[in-house]
Design a protein around this ligand. Structure first.
Ligand code: PLP
Ligand code: COI
Length: 366
């Protein structure tokens, strides 16, 4: 990788001991433990991107009037660094994450970090925290979280003139505590996540804040996750909390996959897009279209919909086993992980973990 920007390395005075790191890597959970370092880059309208550093992970100082704290300009990305069988480390479609951060930035009137600088920032952090990347051969990986927020002090409502971009990382195991066991979902008709013309297609912090009350409602109903519906008719399925959704119709070689089309108010998941390709490679028909909760319920009950799964970087591929809603409850087939779901999961994770051929050129050596 060519070095476009010089990053200043500030060595950690007391990195985690080998024992402390080994204890964390033995059972990392999701998002609980951070690695030793973080990347930081500042941006000002006049000076552009400056002060690229890899520094010890730690608190940051913010002016109490920093615009992010008042008007919420804050966006993020999520990707993983996977240990490869030979010991190296690689990421999956890192350029797509870089471009999505730029798209999110445009929607929130924030500056666009150049793709090369995004990639380099992650190369630098993974280099500093190499030993935090879980070993090959398992389900674990290093979850990398790049994010950017407005730092300019002041209470005027307008796009800020200064921002900070940070990258932190956290060793990650299964996103759901029960692993690949099917999750239960609540169809949210009271709350909506995003409306046409809103911020739903951006990875914008506020979308997640707006989702929390509905997630709490789902938990009250005994469900693991919320499924969001379209804001206007509250009829068409959009996505889950941090995952896109796929519906499998039929079974065996005749199985067809349907995923909600990109409505403008759901996040264009990189896993979603990759699975559309991998499913087509495997000979399945794939369709991006609207799917209503009525169709879901009717066809799950008739047996035409045989599997439903959620997909995303953190959750990989997680089967959906049962659905609750104000209109009634139902299960998908026998509520167990389906064949197509698990076959696609094997292919995707095989590519990411370097045990299957990367025929689409999706992996980048870090
Ligand atoms: N939808 C939402 C709301 C998300 O937060 C995510 C996670 O990033 C996804 C979908 C899946 O996107 P990806 O596959 O790029 O991780
Ligand atoms: C991801 O899969 O990267 C996500 O962002 C989901 C969630 C942790 C917000």
């Amino acid at each position: 990788m060519t070095v476009a920007t010089q990053f200043t390395r500030i060595p950690h005075p007391a990195p985690a001991t080998e024992q402390a790191r080994a204890d964390i890597l033995a059972a990392p959970g999701f998002g609980k433990y951070m690695t030793d370092h973080m990347v930081s880059i500042d941006y000002t309208v006049d000076g552009g991107w400056t002060d690229a550093t890899v520094a010890p992970y730690g608190s940051i100082a913010l002016d109490p009037s920093a615009m992010v704290l008042h008007y919420g300009q804050s966006i993020f990305e999520g990707l993983k660094a996977y240990r490869q069988p030979g010991g190296g480390i690689a990421s999956f479609r890192i350029d797509a994450n870089a471009r999505r951060l730029q798209n999110s930035a445009r929607r929130l009137a924030m500056p666009e970090l150049p793709v090369e600088l995004f990639i380099q920032s992650i190369v630098e952090l993974v280099d500093a925290d190499n030993e935090w990347v879980p070993k090959a051969g398992g389900e674990d990986a290093l979850y990398v979280r790049p994010f950017m927020f407005a730092t300019e002090p002041g209470l005027g409502v307008r796009p800020a003139n200064s921002y900070r971009y940070l990258v932190i990382a956290s060793p990650a195991g299964a996103y759901f505590p029960r692993g690949v066991k099917p999750v239960s979902v609540w169809l949210s008709t009271e709350y909506v996540r995003a409306a046409p013309g809103g911020t739903g297609a951006a990875k914008f912090a506020g979308n997640y804040a707006a989702s929390l009350v509905a997630q709490a409602q789902a938990a009250e109903k005994g469900c693991d996750q919320v499924v969001w519906l379209d804001a206007i008719e509250r009829k068409y399925v959009e996505e889950m909390g941090g995952m896109n959704l796929f519906f499998v119709f039929g079974s065996g070689p005749d199985a067809r996959l349907v995923t909600p089309s990109l409505s403008g108010s759901l996040l264009p998941g990189i896993t979603r897009e990759s699975l559309l390709t991998l499913a087509a490679d495997a000979g399945f028909a794939v369709e991006e279209r609207k799917i209503s909760t009525e169709e879901w319920q009717k066809k799950a009950k008739s047996g035409e919909i045989t599997e439903v799964f959620a997909c995303g970087t953190a959750a990989v591929i997680t089967p959906v086993g049962s659905v609750k809603s104000a209109a009634g409850d139902f299960t998908i087939a026998d509520g167990e992980p389906g064949e197509v779901t698990m076959a696609l999961r094997d292919t995707l994770t095989g590519i990411q973990r370097g045990t299957f051929a990367d025929i689409h050129g999706w992996m980048t050596k870090l």
